[in-house]
Design a protein around this ligand. Structure first.
Ligand SMILES: NC(=O)c1ccc[n+]([C@@H]2O[C@H](COP(=O)([O-])OP(=O)(O)OC[C@H]3O[C@@H](n4cnc5c(N)ncnc54)[C@H](OP(=O)(O)O)[C@@H]3O)[C@@H](O)[C@H]2O)c1
Length: 250
């Protein structure tokens, strides 16, 4: 019997770590659904992936737009009937490294709309398709900056970092990972969080092409996401928070 094609939706896949993840998983033969809020940027990414020999399809997906999320789920259902892997990668930060006493709560709400509520809305909409595609996987792209353990450890460099909106949004995404991993375990869907580590992308408005020494390449930033999104289905690893070099404290 022919093996079922692995259908993988990646949010924010048009650039940065999301695009590198698409390349990494495309190389493994997965059919990549390139979630992007901007149609032109998304189509360009699809064309690049196809030119590299990978299977890729564009899916319009602004994770803050519930109607678009539902349309995306309907389109996936109609074209493929199921989903095998969901990578919740889309993320933003605003007012990065502003003191908690000065951070605008309007900006914090905007961060949460993408990094937490967007992740929840997309996941909730895709769970029925993942159940049809099971055994299936969800990988939530988190951050070491969302680790409560690191932020409260005086020996950690994260002890001295304050960026309350982004940190809290990723800690919240981690909690969603824990809760979904427990709920979906009986449905043969594993759910894990991954930290790409500081990675050379345009994240937070860094100028295009700027390479900060000591930061990961996009391929290195995507490596653990690719690993967790392509684990053999019989390795039921769920409810973890990992990075390239091991496990992180929640
Ligand atoms: N880079 C780092 O140092 C680092 C470290 C730890 C964790 N992370 C996490 O890694 C993930 C990817 O970040 P990155 O470094 O690759 O950043 P990036 O280059 O800025 O890419 C972010 C992606 O998210 C998309 N996005 C933003 N808002 C969206 C929305 N409302 N709906 C759909 N897509 C949206 C962007 O689309 P547009 O092109 O349309 O803006 C882009 O495709 C994020 O979750 C981030 O928190 C990054």
């Amino acid at each position: 019997m022919a093996e079922k094609e692995i259908i993988t939706l990646i949010t924010g896949a048009n650039k940065g770590i999301g695009f590198a993840t698409a390349e990494g998983l495309g190389k493994l033969g997965q059919h990549i659904l390139v979630g992007a809020r901007d149609a032109k940027r998304g189509q360009n990414a699809v064309e690049k992936l196809q030119a590299e020999g990978y299977k890729a399809t564009f899916i319009q997906l602004d994770v803050t737009n519930k109607a678009q999320i539902q349309n995306a789920a309907d389109e996936i259902k109609q074209k493929f009937g199921y989903l095998s892997v969901l990578v919740n990668n889309a993320g933003i930060t605003l007012g990065h490294h502003t003191k908690a006493s000065e951070m605008s709560t309007d900006e914090i709400r905007k961060i949460f709309d993408v990094n937490f509520f967007g992740l929840l809305d997309v996941t909730q909409a895709m769970v029925p398709l993942l159940k049809k595609g099971r055994p299936a996987k969800i990988v939530n792209v988190s951050s070491d900056m969302g680790s409560l353990g690191l932020a409260t450890d005086p020996q950690s460099r994260f002890y001295r970092i304050s960026s309350v909106g982004y940190q809290a949004s990723k800690a919240a995404a981690n909690f969603a990972t824990i809760d979904f991993s427990k709920e979906l375990s009986a449905s043969d869907i594993i759910v894990n969080a991954v930290n790409p580590g500081a990675t050379n992308t345009e994240f937070g408005g860094r100028p295009k092409g700027l390479k900060i020494p000591g930061m990961n390449s996009v391929e290195a930033g995507a490596a653990q996401i690719v690993k967790m999104a392509s684990l053999p289905f019989d390795e039921k690893v769920t409810g973890t928070f990992t990075e390239n070099v091991g496990t992180l404290p929640w």
